[in-house]
Design a protein around this ligand. Structure first.
Ligand SMILES: *Cc1c(COP(=O)(O)O)cnc(C)c1O
Length: 404
């Protein structure tokens, strides 16, 4: 038990309570019986954390994306009642499958979690004893074949399940690598151009050998069509991040595809305990938040949003170009983060600041602005900004480039 003195001391360190403490009394307000609306707390300020304008994109380090009020309302609503977790996931899964015209779906703990439980289900089927054996894959099919150009860090989600990753360079090598231990073929949409085998051929190989195919589309919304395209194309499992372009909860994601495989993936998720997925819990609040984020995203005017981004990017580009020696390039990455993007570079004889210093200055200025970049360029996108912030970014960028 906390002593009264310790309790008061603790309370006095909670800033919003500051005004009430020191009276020497535990007032009803302190005990949560306040009748007046308390001042809205700025938690980040209390913690001494600076917030920033996100001119970079959907980066986990920058906490991804922001949720709309409809999504946060769903999350708050979820916190008010008890439900059966499996029933909620079952029904939300059906609803998402209907919205995305695929066989089945589940809300996962991010695209990374979707990869882990997806593969785990492929390996175990719905046998809970086999499920409990993972990540020990002794005696089980456990090899996942990946094209060399698709082999990035996120494949750790597959290793976590106990898989062995087999890397191949060509269709011929893939056919040769397939054996009785092959569990799954995994494709990274972002790196489509870095592999010889493209979608249709990849799926055909899987079908020919009766091996499930999985595509990681974590950052591939927009375009909205991608939410439908890959399940229809024939991939057995498709993963999206919830907290990137869909603007759902940052730690949620979507696993779409074949009903039997998703049912098997669910064997590995809470409330079941003896599973590799027990730590990948998705709470009811985020399950609802994910569903509503998806509904909101599908209902959006995507054309209008795209035009807004183009205009914002052009405004920032024009502002940078008004500084002598600066060059800009507006581009759209073909896969992943497929949004209007700006690359800025300059003649170092005319602009006396390095891109790295300029980015640091933007981040340390008021308001703080986060960008991406390398030794030669600054990269900017506007899709994670609030409308209007592009003006602030345009102004600050110019100030930094002319070194004021
Ligand atoms: C972001 C990302 C992931 C991880 O997604 P989370 O939703 O953060 O778990 C996996 N693969 C790729 C290609 C990504 O871009």
């Amino acid at each position: 038990m906390l002593s009264r003195r310790k309790l008061l001391k603790t309370l006095s360190s909670v800033p919003v309570m500051g005004g009430l403490v020191g009276t020497g009394m535990l007032t009803p307000q302190l005990l949560g019986a306040s009748v007046t609306q308390p001042a809205k707390r700025n938690f980040f300020k209390e913690l001494g954390i600076r917030t920033f304008i996100n001119a970079a994109g959907t980066y986990t380090s920058m906490t991804g994306s922001l949720m709309s009020e409809e999504v946060t309302s769903a999350i708050v609503f979820g916190a008010t009642e008890y439900v059966d977790l499996d029933e909620l996931q079952d029904k939300v899964g059906e609803r998402i499958a209907e919205l995305l015209q695929c066989e089945y779906a589940t809300v996962s703990s991010g695209a990374f979690g979707a990869m882990s439980i997806g593969l785990a289900g492929v390996i175990s089927g719905t046998d809970s004893e086999i499920a409990a054996q993972l990540p020990d894959t002794t005696g089980l099919k456990h090899e996942v074949i990946i094209q060399e150009g698709h082999n990035i860090g996120y494949t750790h989600a597959l290793l976590n399940v106990g898989a062995k990753i087999v890397v191949v360079k060509s269709k011929k090598e893939m056919e040769k690598a397939i054996n009785k231990n092959t569990a799954m073929l995994w494709f990274l949409n972002a790196n489509t151009d870095n592999g010889e085998i493209k979608y249709e051929e990849f799926i055909a190989i899987g079908k020919k050998h009766n091996i499930p195919t999985f595509i990681d589309c974590a950052a591939d919304v927009p375009p909205v069509e991608n939410l439908f395209k890959f399940t229809k194309m024939g991939f057995d499992l498709v993963a999206f991040s919830g907290g990137k372009g869909i603007r759902g909860p940052q730690s949620a994601g979507l696993l779409l595809g074949k009903r039997d495989l998703i049912k098997a993936a669910r064997i590995h998720t809470p409330p079941r305990g003896s599973t590799i997925g027990r730590g990948m819990k998705v709470n009811k609040e985020e399950v609802l938040g994910m569903l509503v984020a998806l509904e909101m995203y599908l209902a959006k005017d995507h054309q209008k949003e795209w035009e807004l981004w183009e205009n914002q990017i052009r405004l920032i580009s024009d502002s940078a170009l008004s500084v002598k020696g600066v060059q800009t390039e507006i581009h759209v990455p073909p896969y992943a983060n497929h949004v209007p993007s700006l690359r800025i570079k300059w003649d170092s004889n005319l602009v006396k600041i390095s891109p790295e210093e300029a980015r640091k200055k933007l981040m340390e200025g008021h308001p703080a602005i986060a960008t991406v970049g390398d030794k030669e360029t600054i990269g900017i996108t506007t899709w994670m900004m609030d409308p209007g912030q592009e003006r602030i970014v345009a102004k600050r960028l110019k100030e930094v480039l002319v070194n004021v």
